[in-house]
Ligand binder design. Structure first.
Ligand code: RET
Length: 244
């Protein structure tokens, strides 16, 4: 395996197989917890179609001699907010946190800004691209800061130790992976151009699979464990039960 198309095909197969795995875990879960499954599957199914588009060069454009895959940014602008919603739905049980919606929308706003400024950095064919890159990186730092600061504080306050600890592990997993994206971008053809197109596609495919399928499995398995230990009542979600 070495060409970009091989890695894009891996993306299609991995995201599709990942969706099936998430569904299989999902059928073993309580119906009160299934919203976690639908969100996780929406993320992997959207990515599967984005990889399908990229495999067929749909949305590919050339900027300064370098191929840019617009389908990647279309995928990210939809799925990264969904990933944040998935994370926050573990941190803050609904009905308990008054701050939940404003925290969520601030995170989503910052995140969309991060992807759009990253897209501008990719489209601008001059050195000013590095300003857009810097704006995007600052937004990523803002997202990470909010996850460890405001959201963590609120989670400790309304959801207790068990949930806020689980949230911390999930946030750590997510942020370590997310920080690797600008590093790949930096070395790729649109950045410092020290990486081949195939290597760029390999790196993004591996990161995307870990950030979407890996993260989804982690969330579903964690919520299933809560269901076993927290003894939720009928109609009550396991996160809610565990946050008493
Ligand atoms: C770009 C380039 C500009 C600088 C920054 C970036 C960040 C991208 C991120 C993407 C995350 C994608 C995920 C996909 C899931 O599968 C746009 C690469 C900061 C953080 C999690």
């Amino acid at each position: 395996m070495s060409s970009a198309n091989d890695w894009l095909a891996l993306g299609v197969v991995g995201m599709t197989a990942g969706s099936v795995i998430l569904a299989l875990i999902g059928v073993t879960m309580r119906k009160e917890d299934r919203h976690h499954v639908y969100l996780a599957m929406a993320i992997t199914l959207i990515a599967a179609t984005a990889y399908f588009a990229m495999l067929h060069n749909l949305g590919d454009i050339v900027v300064g001699g370098v191929t840019v895959q617009l389908a990647r940014y279309a995928d990210w602008v939809i799925t990264t907010p969904l990933l944040l919603i998935s994370l926050v739905s573990v941190a803050l049980p609904s009905g308990k946190s008054r701050a939940k919606m404003s925290l969520l929308w601030s995170l989503v706003g910052l995140d969309v800004y991060m992807i759009l400024t990253g897209l501008f950095a990719t489209l601008v064919d001059s050195n000013s691209r590095w300003y857009w890159y810097a704006f995007s990186c600052v937004a990523l730092l803002g997202v990470v800061y909010m996850l460890y600061g405001t959201v963590m504080k609120e989670s400790k306050k309304v959801a207790g130790k068990k949930i806020s600890q689980l949230y911390m592990y999930l946030a750590l997993y997510l942020s370590v992976l997310w920080v690797a994206y600008p590093v790949v971008w930096y070395y790729s053809g649109v950045g410092a151009n020290k990486m081949s197109f195939a290597a760029e596609n390999y790196a993004y495919a591996v990161l995307d699979l870990l950030a979407k399928v890996g993260f989804g499995i982690l969330v579903l398995v964690s919520v299933s464990r809560l269901a076993a230990s927290a003894k939720p009542k009928a109609g009550e979600s396991s996160v809610e039960a565990a946050s008493k």
